[in-house]
Design a protein around this ligand. Structure first.
Ligand code: SF4
Ligand code: SF4
Length: 172
């Protein structure tokens, strides 16, 4: 069968196992990357990120919104509460809790703002952490290997980007 493209449900079901199988190799790669990042790493990451998100449509997936929530900064809370015409304290009481690190997070997942069609009902004012996820185009990517090691088990795009990195960037 030529050009078989697995559907997103299958991809997401297999992702944690695939990430586990690659865990040791990826961890070693990130350790080397942190020690001696290539000079053009920012450029390479932008390119890999762009290529991947041309293929992967977040509206087919929404796995980050379904399985992990973002941190909410004070600025996020104020902005979203204003949009919802609520006081920040009301917003916190209704939707958030404080986690073990003292950060505001969602009371549960899937995210309460995620629709059945995978659209975010507060997209224009969504938390900064949601905007940046999976952070594969951020500058100095070598600094977030530990975080990305977790994200590759959640985000199929991050998984593909990291595999593409390993194929493209030769480290000693
Ligand atoms: S960022 Fe990753 S996990 Fe989130 S919806 Fe897009 S592909 Fe899925
Ligand atoms: S706020 Fe929107 S983008 Fe962020 S987790 Fe919830 S549904 Fe997803």
């Amino acid at each position: 069968m030529d050009n078989f493209v697995p559907n997103m449900d299958d991809i997401l079901e297999q992702l944690p196992q695939r990430a586990r199988e690659k865990h040791t190799e990826t961890k070693k790669f990130f350790a080397k990357l942190a020690k001696k990042p290539p000079k053009d790493l920012d450029y390479t990451m932008e390119e890999l990120h762009r290529e991947e998100f041309r293929r992967t449509d977040c509206l087919d997936c929404a796995n980050c919104c379904k399985t992990t929530g973002p941190l909410f900064t004070n600025a996020d809370i104020e902005r979203i509460a204003k949009e919802l015409r609520m006081k920040p304290a009301q917003f916190v009481e209704r939707y958030l809790r404080v986690d073990e690190d003292g950060d505001y997070v969602l009371q549960g997942v899937p995210c309460t703002f995620l629709g059945a069609d995978n659209h975010c009902s507060i997209y224009g004012v969504r938390p900064k952490a949601c905007r940046g996820f999976p952070h594969t185009d951020r500058k100095k990517f070598q600094q977030i290997g530990h975080l990305t090691l977790k994200n590759v088990a959640i985000c199929p795009a991050a998984f593909n980007i990291v595999e593409a990195m390993k194929a493209r960037i030769k480290l000693r």
